[in-house]
Design a protein around this ligand. Structure first.
Ligand SMILES: Cc1cc2nc3c(=O)[nH]c(=O)nc-3n(C[C@H](O)[C@H](O)[C@H](O)COP(=O)(O)O)c2cc1C
Ligand code: SF4
Ligand code: SF4
Ligand code: FES
Length: 629
């Protein structure tokens, strides 16, 4: 096969794209699809065609003598809460919450007459200013999108667009111009650390595999992403699959591998589909296959669906799963770099780590280090969710504070009554089931691997769940314990039984059975589980509970000593009563009460009959005036 000519592809793509009159990019990430993006896409096609305009969904179809319109889908653009998102280029106007019914107006006004439809533009709730596009929406302006830059811009199904934006140039350089040692050294010098949780230096891992004798070696991309609330890796695989392939190609050059696996979470069908399609097209161009870029070196990639267990994300379990065995972790050493998949030297890297590698090669080590902190260079993506105004996928330099993320990018904390005040912020969960819950005292901590480790927290894969004062922290501890307990593979007694015992103790606290010995017992079981478990799942399982105990001890004490849940969430402990001075007698709670326990005259303070109350808590969440406590 003729070696692929990246410049020719790029030039051809640019020529065709400059021939279209306008481009309409519709976010087709999972969040926007859930909000109806597919209907909006179909409507754009229908309306453009009905107007007799030429619509190209693939630039290969462009007829250069006709001023057609390029309609394309992108991966997640991050601002999922405001989706479906529609961007009209070249004017870069972004519309939020677009419905099929809005399409005709967008086409008439913006696509044809070049005027924005103001009602569909994002309005900054803080300043009430109307924003035309990503250039003035605070959610975007406060981020630094390096890894996600193309994600959300490009059509993930069109390799030509990736190439036109400089894609695969790093992999070609690695295979044709640099030695394996040069490639490893650039990655080492860049200080890139693994984004899959632990922050292990990527170059050091590669060096260890490169040092093994020549022969069969593997590169594995870990796309299992099982942390609750995390969707960063999914977004990269769905939105820019070629960046992952390019990272794997560079890794393969560094260690001398000829085969790779992308292990994708089975619950991510779109990511599986996009990765498979990208591997196939890259193969058809000779980027993957028998002679990568005509170098004479082979590299093939297999895309495999995960086995559906959180523990399969652990590297030794993941390899067992690829080998067709049950996904159970094995002791280390030997490390995968020495003896990995099918007993061969293997490097396993996270999706985001691998997608960062082409950026490292194109910027060079020094420029890559210019972003982030000395010990944690570069940027990190986070999935921002929970009680925050702007939920979504964000990317910030390492060293950014939680305050910037939650209040500037996230737009502040929300409450059930709407936008909240800074004091409504209670905690943020970082790092998923291996991570910690951080209280307001950590709001100004720069987020990086080592600063978090110093407070027994971790960056983890990047889930950030914001919680307001209505959250019961004992229940949050229970949620994570329940998760790790049910995901334990059962190999180690301490992980299997210890997490179960921790769950039982947390239930005792939540259901009012705990006494003064409970916390001591919880802490000692937690220590045993952390010390005696084999893999990261068991070793880190106590982290969320211990961090909550450290920062929210008062809430545990209230549950145990006073049999009271300060957030009024533990139904066994609540005793709702109406504060007469606050109650305006609106009667909303009466409607929500399933047992008729609440009575009162309109516009008069109501009362609760304790004998009838079953403590369901419905009235507590219904009362908008906070008159029920
Ligand atoms: C229980 C458990 C689950 C894990 N899940 C993932 C995962 O979904 N994705 C991931 O990249 N790493 C996961 N890891 C970490 C991997 O074992 C491994 O460290 C990582 O893929 C290495 O890549 P990196 O160096 O690029 O971070 C998990 C670890 C444990 C203990
Ligand atoms: S620590 Fe838990 S998940 Fe890990 S091997 Fe042991 S039992 Fe399995
Ligand atoms: S807690 Fe439930 S049963 Fe009791 S008063 Fe409120 S709504 Fe009625
Ligand atoms: S899915 Fe559209 S912005 Fe995330």
């Amino acid at each position: 096969m003729e070696p692929v000519r990246l410049e020719e592809i790029a030039e051809e793509y640019r020529r065709r794209s400059s021939a279209v009159a306008a481009r309409i990019v519709l976010c087709a990430g999972t969040g926007c699809i859930a909000n109806g993006a597919n209907k909006v896409f179909a409507m754009f096609k229908t309306v453009l065609e009905a107007k007799g305009l030429d619509v190209y969904v693939d630039l290969k179809m462009v007829e250069e003598d006709k001023a057609g319109f390029h309609l394309s889908e992108s991966g997640c653009q991050g601002f999922c809460q405001m989706g479906p998102l529609v961007t009209v280029l070249p004017d870069n106007i972004m519309y939020t919450r677009v419905k099929a019914a809005d399409v005709a107006e967008i086409i008439e006004e913006t696509v044809i007459n070049k005027r924005p439809v103001t009602r569909l533009l994002y309005k900054d709730p803080a300043t009430k200013e109307v924003c035309r596009g990503t250039g003035d929406i605070p959610f975007y302006t406060q981020q630094k999108r390096m890894l996600l830059k193309m994600c959300g811009q490009i059509d993930p199904g069109d390799i030509n667009e990736y190439i036109a934006l400089g894609g695969y140039a790093g992999a070609r350089r690695a295979h044709l111009e640099l030695s394996a040692d040069d490639v490893t050294r650039i990655v080492e010098d860049s200080g890139l650390r693994g984004r899959g949780g632990g922050g292990f230096p990527t170059g050091r891992k590669w060096r260890a595999a490169a040092a093994q004798p020549p022969g069969k070696k593997y590169v594995i991309c870990n796309g299992d992403e099982g942390d609750p609330g995390a969707f960063m890796d999914r977004s990269v695989m769905e939105g820019n699959p070629h960046s992952v392939i390019e990272g794997m190609l560079i890794a393969a050059r560094a260690i001398g591998a000829d085969e790779g696996y992308v292990y994708v979470r089975a619950e991510y069908p779109l990511a599986v589909k996009r990765m498979r399609a990208a591997v196939e097209i890259a193969g058809s161009l000779g980027i993957l296959g028998e002679s990568v870029f005509g170098s004479g070196r082979p590299f093939r990639i297999n895309v495999m669906e995960g086995a559906g267990a959180f523990v399969c994300g652990e590297e030794t379990a993941l390899m067992a799963s690829i080998e067709g065995r049950r996904g159970m972790p094995a002791p280390k050493p030997p490390f995968p770099a020495e003896c990995g998949l099918f007993g061969k030297p293997t490097i396993i890297n996270n999706v985001e780590t691998l997608a960062s590698v082409p950026i490292v090669i194109s910027l060079g080590a020094e420029q890559f280090r210019a972003t982030g902190t000395k010990a944690s260079p570069g940027t990190k993506t986070f999935a921002l969710t929970g009680h925050v105004a702007n939920t979504g996928l964000i990317e910030v330099p390492f060293g950014t504070s939680l305050r910037t993320i939650i209040f500037d990018i996230g737009g502040g904390v929300t409450t059930r009554r709407g936008p909240g005040k800074p004091e409504d912020f209670k905690a943020v969960q970082i790092g998923g089931p291996s991570g910690a819950c951080l209280s307001p005292r950590y709001l100004d901590l720069p987020l990086e691997f080592d600063s978090l480790k110093a407070i027994n927290a971790m960056v983890g894969s990047g889930g950030l769940v914001v919680m307001n004062q209505d959250t019961c922290m004992v229940q949050v501890a229970r949620f994570f314990m329940q998760f790790t307990q049910s995901e334990s593979c059962g190999k180690c007694v301490l992980c299997r039984e210890g997490t179960y015992q921790m769950l039982v103790l947390l239930d005792d606290i939540i259901e009012g059975r705990a006494d003064e010995r409970t916390i001591g017992l919880l802490e000692s079981v937690a220590r045993a589980v952390g010390t005696g478990s084999l893999c990261g799942l068991g070793k880190s399982a106590p982290n969320p509970v211990l961090s909550i105990l450290r920062d929210f001890r008062g809430e545990f004490d209230a549950h145990i000593a006073h049999k009271r849940c300060p957030a009024n969430k533990c139904t066994a402990l609540i005793r709702p009563s109406i504060v007469a001075s606050k109650c305006r007698g609106c009667g909303l709670c009466v409607k929500s009460c399933p047992t008729g326990a609440i009575t009162g005259e309109r516009k008069q303070a109501h009362i609760i009959n304790e004998a009838l109350c079953i403590r369901c808590g419905a009235c507590l969440t219904t009362c908008k005036l906070g008159a029920i406590a």
